[in-house]
Design a protein around this ligand. Structure first.
Ligand SMILES: Nc1ncnc2c1ncn2[C@@H]1O[C@H](COP(=O)(O)OP(=O)(O)OP(=O)(O)O)[C@@H](O)[C@H]1O
Ligand SMILES: [Mg+2]
Length: 330
């Protein structure tokens, strides 16, 4: 156990908001415990110190400085947000969850992994149909790691800066190096689609190559995520640059039940979720989420205190027909 003097020193450091001193004292206590044969306790203290160091200054977080907004040219290219989402908010397949948890753990222990000459997982390709949780997962990763989320759409980069796109990409990767964050290249398929449809493939090929090189060379502390709906359009070479390729699917019935239960349990205690899940089969998470919101709004507007099962069925039906009409019109 820590002795009284150590506790006094820690409290003094805490009073002075001297975080480094608090952590140094904690490591001294860990060393003492290890000597006394309490290896496990010592390891746990060291892990906690590592986690705190990874999270950055708590004092700074308690007195937050205004959020750093990208400046100059960069402001035109990326959006920044500080999400407080969590992975528990996202309904995920077991495999995807396991892999995302592994990335979070490796990122939290990044320094240790680097000390052994290895790289923590940091490059993800998210693949799956619209509304299945790709963007939401990127937000949740940023939330779990307490990092800013920088998002950009490659498509707009190409359409706005044709000819200069490679230079702009370089600028973004410089930022990835300098400012630790989660960087989401959303609707990443723009590269592949353009490549498949443009006659003049030269420019697109050049951009694709420089993107691949930049991803490959990236050894920063940031997390780079690319998301796509159309994996079939992407080059096999692309897949190899990522530490993990995560597949997102339309929800199976177990996930539909989970989502409906989470969303409606407070508003509709006796709801027959299994029956509703059948009515929701084939819809995306986003569709179901919206149907739940619609039914809850119906409840509010009608002045009821619970969601009516028929309202929920109607809302799901409406999503289904919107989806059908939309796919017929394209
Ligand atoms: N797996 C999920 N678990 C819980 N809610 C989800 C999930 N997927 C989607 N949603 C709901 O749908 C909304 C939209 O999802 P999201 O933006 O993550 O989809 P996406 O996969 O990025 O789609 P797109 O390919 O169109 O960009 C989320 O904000 C959330 O409300
Ligand atoms: Mg998305």
């Amino acid at each position: 156990m820590a002795n009284g003097d150590q506790i006094k020193a820690m409290l003094r450091a805490y009073k002075d908001a001297d975080e480094n001193q608090v952590l140094t004292l904690a490591l001294q206590i860990a060393a003492r415990e290890a000597k006394a044969g309490h290896e496990r306790l010592a390891g746990e203290i060291r892990d906690l110190v590592d986690q705190l160091r990874e999270q950055g200054s708590i004092v700074a977080k308690r007195h937050p400085t205004p959020i750093a907004q990208p400046k100059g040219e960069l402001a035109d290219l990326v959006n920044v947000a500080y999400p407080d989402a969590r992975l528990d908010d996202v309904v995920l397949s077991t495999e995807t969850r396991v892999r995302l948890d592994r990335l979070v753990r490796e990122q939290r222990q990044a320094n240790r992994i680097r000390e052994h000459g290895l790289h923590p997982r940091s490059k993800l390709l998210l693949v799956g149909p619209p509304g299945t949780g790709k963007t939401m997962s990127a937000k949740a990763l940023a939330g779990e790691l307490s990092l800013p989320l920088f998002s950009l759409r490659l498509e707009s980069l190409f359409t706005r800066f044709m000819g200069e796109a490679a230079a702009k990409l370089k600028l973004i990767f410089d930022n990835i190096q300098q400012v630790r964050g989660v960087y989401l290249f959303d609707e990443f398929d723009a590269i592949g689609q353009q490549r498949a449809t443009t006659n003049d493939v030269g420019e697109i090929r050049r951009i694709l190559n420089s993107f691949l090189q930049l991803v490959e060379q990236d050894e920063s502390n940031s997390v780079v995520i690319a998301a796509t709906n159309h994996p079939e359009l992407l080059d096999a070479a692309l897949f190899r640059r990522f530490d993990d390729v995560l597949r997102f699917e339309l929800p199976p019935s177990s996930a539909i039940v989970e989502l409906l239960t989470r969303r409606l349990v407070r508003h509709a205690p006796g709801l027959r979720v299994d029956e509703l899940a059948e009515a929701a089969a084939g819809l995306s998470f986003a569709d179901i989420q919206r149907a739940c919101n619609d039914a809850i709004k119906d409840m509010i507007v009608a002045g009821r205190d619970h969601v009516a099962e028929q309202d929920m069925k109607n809302a799901l039906q409406e999503r289904r027909s919107d989806r059908k009409n939309f796919s017929q019109s394209i």
